[in-house]
Design a protein around this ligand. Structure first.
Ligand SMILES: [Zn+2]
Ligand SMILES: [Zn+2]
Length: 255
């Protein structure tokens, strides 16, 4: 049993063969997939997908920092209403991306704050994206956390100042298959230092295929490679990693 806690199944890379992808995920012992809808178009598609795969596909709703420019003043209320819909298990992804800077930084910060406020108001976990923005992410998390924040730092990039602060706030930390890349020693070091009961696994597919499939499309079934690498790095059995990360995901997303 495994759960891919972060997949983007509404991406065009998956339109041609999604049923096969879901079948392969089931064959790989995945018991659920959290589909992350990161813009308005993906949100609409994600509702349809969740209907097609009841009890298997769950939805997180948000605006990726790349899409922060899409935010409108009425969006707080709009997302508040959407969040009450069936099978919504999280808000996000939300956060800061200073690597590509596709939305103005001030807008990214504003929208991140709004989602953190809303997550606590509607009591859903926050799926947080932070790239080349560790310090601002940390400052905003500290300022906006009213003691009720639950969530996960997804696709963790290895900054342990942010990582430790997230752990201290009770957040989970999620790793993708980039921990299998030869140069990712800093990530493997982070895997080693974070307790297993605070770890989640994800693919972030279609991105970040594991090393053996690198350069091709990633998909939920490959989350097995993340669990294998965590087991190897931490000196645990694969079964232990699978059981514990699945229990962590169920606890956080209440599925
Ligand atoms: Zn992300
Ligand atoms: Zn993502």
């Amino acid at each position: 049993m495994l759960i891919d806690t972060h997949a983007h199944l509404t991406f065009p890379e998956f339109t041609a063969d999604l049923p096969e992808i879901i079948a392969r995920a089931k064959a790989a012992q995945l018991e659920a997939i959290i589909n992350i809808a990161l813009d308005n178009e993906a949100i609409n598609q994600s509702f349809k997908l969740a209907e097609e795969y009841p009890g298997y596909l769950y939805t997180a709703l948000g605006l990726h920092p790349h899409e922060a420019s899409q935010w409108r003043d009425t969006d707080y209320q709009r997302f508040q209403q959407l969040a009450t819909r069936h099978k919504i298990v999280a808000l996000g992804e939300m956060g800061l991306d200073y690597h590509y800077k596709l939305s103005p930084l001030e807008q990214q910060k504003k929208v991140f704050r709004k989602f953190l406020q809303l997550a606590q108001e509607v009591d859903l976990p926050a799926v947080i994206h932070s790239r080349d923005a560790a310090q601002d992410t940390l400052d905003i998390l500290r300022e906006e956390n009213q003691g009720k924040l639950r969530g996960v730092l997804h696709c963790f990039a290895g900054d342990m100042k942010l990582g430790q602060a997230a752990l201290d706030m009770g957040l989970y930390i999620s790793f993708t298959a980039n921990i299998t890349y030869p140069k990712a020693d800093n990530l493997r070091q982070a895997v080693k230092s974070i307790p297993i009961d605070r770890l989640l696994i994800e693919t972030d597919c279609p991105f970040l295929a594991p090393q053996i499939y690198r350069g091709s499309r990633n998909e939920p079934a490959y989350v097995i490679k993340v669990a294998e690498k965590i087991a190897e790095v931490k000196g645990l059995s694969y079964e232990e990693v699978a059981l514990q990360t699945t229990a962590n995901a169920k606890h956080l997303f209440q599925i």
